[in-house]
Design a protein around this ligand. Structure first.
Ligand code: ATP
Length: 317
């Protein structure tokens, strides 16, 4: 668990408050996305957690310990850190890059090698082929995977990710987001991810913290932010397509009427989002869909009217 208590940060030589009286609690095992306009204090907030910055006022706790009471180097070994463009060591191959922290921790060679293979596998790289390659020989997306593997190497309970997908083209970014969301669910880390991209925050975050001028405007689930923005700023920030974003968050299995059979020929998987199902219904001019499981068994059905009605209930929730 990460807890920031009434944090204010004023950088030396300045008078402006980069972060002002921020209180935020990130439950263990959950992911929080920090989002807001440029300069609102996202990166500062993240760097206060691993003590790359110290707070001017207030306290930060990581797993119950005040971070100022822990040796910073010791603290950072418990916190994986992923930044844009990764910062891999160019003169080291992939295996050596991933092994940095395990070696600092004095792991023996066999344990380190096994961990490298396990992690390359986890992030979708091929241990046999990729171990010996150098960062310059990889694509941006592959480098980012290595960056995440390196951050996970010593199995830290906390992961900080600062715009981890910012430098990657949109298509690959979408795929990496999905993969990392699954990985993070599997490894059960407490994660803070800084992003400029609301869609990324919605996709990755169990909760979203929206900041403005160093202050926290709203801290809630993506559903709550989209359906009940706390003020005009948040409403403007999420924009006019909030209802479409809500549909994108909701699986059709949640909205369908359960049934053992369906007269609709068009079939969709229960995990498909309502946004995709709506697009499909419109494209195929279908009045409704049958909803099936992975074995193509019918679980229920949903027609257009029910979908729009469900959208209203999401907005009113
Ligand atoms: N080292 C520093 N010295 C002085 N001021 C700083 C320093 N780092 C950041 N700031 C200021 O603190 C404020 C918050 O910066 P921060 O980088 O946390 O914002 P951000 O929300 O992450 O921005 P961006 O989205 O552009 O990366 C800004 O006004 C910035 O200019």
């Amino acid at each position: 668990m990460i807890r920031l208590e009434n944090i204010t940060k004023i950088y030396p030589g300045t008078t402006a408050k980069a972060v002002f009286d921020l209180t935020l609690e990130i439950p263990e095992g959950s992911t929080t996305a920090l989002i807001g306009p440029s300069g609102c204090g996202k990166t500062t907030t993240m760097r206060l957690i691993n003590r790359l910055e110290d707070a001017t006022r207030g306290r930060v706790f990581v797993n119950g310990e005040d971070v100022t009471a822990v040796d910073p180097v010791q603290l950072r070994r418990q916190i994986g850190y992923v930044i844009q463009n990764v910062g891999l060591f160019p003169h080291m191959n992939i295996a050596d890059n991933i092994a940095t922290v395990p070696r600092l921790l004095g792991w023996d060679r066999r344990k380190t090698d096994a961990r490298i293979d396990e992690l390359l596998h986890l992030v979708g790289l091929d241990p046999a082929a990729d171990r010996g390659r150098y960062p310059a020989e990889l694509s941006g997306g592959q480098r980012q995977r290595v960056g995440v593997a390196r951050a996970l190497a010593a199995d830290p309970p906390v992961m900080l990710m600062d715009e981890p997908f910012g430098a990657i083209d949109p298509l690959v970014r979408g795929r990496l987001q999905n993969e990392f969301k699954q990985i993070l669910q599997r490894v059960k880390k407490t994660v803070v991810i800084v992003t400029h991209d609301l869609d990324e925050a919605i996709k990755m975050g169990d909760r979203i913290a929206i900041m403005r001028d160093g202050k926290l405007c709203q801290y809630a689930t993506p559903e709550a932010i989209l359906s009940k923005p706390a003020d005009d700023f948040v409403a403007a920030f999420i924009g006019s397509d909030a209802s479409l974003k809500l549909l994108a968050l909701t699986p059709v299995g949640q909205a369908m009427t359960p049934a053992a059979q369906s007269g609709y020929p068009l079939s969709v998987n229960a995990r498909a989002s309502l946004k995709d199902v709506l697009a499909l219904m419109l494209a195929q001019d279908a009045p409704g869909v049958r909803v099936t499981d992975d074995q193509h068994q019918v679980l229920g059905e949903l027609n257009r009217q029910q979908l729009f009605h469900y959208q209203q209930t999401l907005l009113a929730a």
